[in-house]
Design a protein around this ligand. Structure first.
Ligand SMILES: *Cc1c(COP(=O)(O)O)cnc(C)c1O
Length: 377
């Protein structure tokens, strides 16, 4: 059986976890969390990165820092994971969905402005498959309408837009280190903060509303409860696992990119024949091989392909059911404008197995199985 995903593991993680245990420091914000934060800051150029318990939680922190209140509206694509919306809905916001672009599956930057009302507070671009949204346009809209931008860069670590790391362009960015992402700590994430003035409020929210971070830096002599907050810091055990991965980030990146490129080349012929569509990476963007997908003709063909894969011991999966058609999406959101591409494109997208350590043999089997399917259909 060729699974869709295998959580990344390079081998050094165990040693670092054991080290954290031996040093009697397994709660948050120890040596490994600091090392991960510093690595992420160095890699992305972000002024401040804080490791969190998930990308969902990093986005929740961003919603708190944006001071989202009941009645505020937040603009995002409907084609995304539930967390993108949850973080803002929890603060009482109304979610306003706009259509996606069919080429990248990202929010259509040209449809954002029509969705803005006097209640709009933020725009949340989601960088699907680690391929950037059209950020210059989005940042320009945000500037002109005085809106905040929170990048859901859950899938976007190590990707760039015009030379800038995803997650560093908006006011806040959120990464995920879930086991399905390129780099993992089991469950975990990170918040990237652009504005220096928001670093201290972020540290306070993350540490149960206390100024504990300042205390540990020796800037105050005792710490106390100063704001409403929660507990968004991960255990050192998880951070130690992640640090092993970050140290090997290039090795993981190259391995995934090799698989991605081989898929792309292998299916070029099918695409040229008009049987499938391949992922698009716009000019000025670099991606991180987070995902390789194909677009079939329609839902029916996709279901048949997934079943054909299963019959041949290969797990291929589809992706998001658009949020606006889900029960909570109807309750907390509205779709602005017409759903031209969100539902139609999401129904024909299928993701192929892609993970660190996918063998050449298994890769070849996936390619052959997809090609066999199309030669019969
Ligand atoms: C994975 C993912 C999330 C959630 O990440 P967690 O770390 O599991 O909370 C949010 N948004 C997108 C687009 C994702 O792919």
């Amino acid at each position: 059986m060729i699974p869709f995903n295998v959580p990344p593991f390079v081998g050094t993680e165990t040693k670092y976890i054991e080290d954290a245990i031996a040093k009697h420091k397994i709660c948050g914000d120890g040596e490994y969390t600091k090392k991960c934060n510093a690595w992420l800051e160095g890699k992305t150029g972000s002024p401040k990165v804080l490791l969190t318990t998930s990308c969902t939680h990093a986005t929740e922190m961003a919603a708190l820092l944006c001071d989202i209140k009941p009645g505020d509206e937040v603009i995002m694509p409907s084609y995304t994971f539930v967390s993108t919306a949850d973080a803002f809905v929890l603060r009482g916001a109304k979610v306003v969905f706009v259509d996606i672009r069919p080429d990248t599956m990202n929010i259509d930057e040209n449809k954002i402005e029509a969705a803005i009302t006097e209640n709009t507070k933020a725009i949340v671009p989601v960088h699907y498959a680690g391929v950037s949204c059209e950020m210059d346009t989005i940042m320009d809209i945000a500037r002109r309408h005085n809106l905040l931008v929170v990048e859901d860069a859950a899938q976007g670590i190590m990707s760039t837009y015009k030379g800038k790391a995803l997650g560093t362009i908006g006011d806040y960015g959120a990464f995920s280190f879930h086991e399905t992402k390129n780099y993992s700590m089991g469950e975990g994430g990170a918040l990237l903060i652009k504005n220096q003035d928001m670093i201290e409020p972020a540290e306070i929210i993350r540490e149960k509303g206390t100024n504990r971070a300042k205390f540990f830096r020796g800037q105050i002599d005792k710490y106390t409860w100063v704001e409403a907050g929660s507990s968004y810091l991960p255990s050192e055990l998880n951070a130690a696992y992640l640090y092993g991965q970050l140290e090997s980030a290039d090795k993981i990146f190259d391995d995934r990119m090799n698989s991605w490129n081989k898929y792309y080349d292998a299916f070029k012929e099918l695409a040229d024949a008009g049987k499938v569509e391949l992922p698009v990476v716009p000019e000025g963007c670099t991606h991180n091989a987070h995902m390789f997908y194909l677009k079939c003709k329609d839902l029916e063909e996709r279901t048949a392909l997934i079943n054909y894969g299963k019959a041949n011991d290969i797990i291929m999966v589809f992706h998001y059911i658009p949020l606006h058609s889900a029960p909570a999406g109807k309750k907390y959101g509205r779709f602005n404008g017409e759903d031209i591409f969100t539902t139609k494109e999401s129904e024909r997208l299928v993701r192929l197995p892609l993970y660190y350590g996918l063998t050449d043999e298994d890769h070849a089997k996936v390619v052959k199985t997809v090609k066999d399917f199309y030669s019969k259909n």
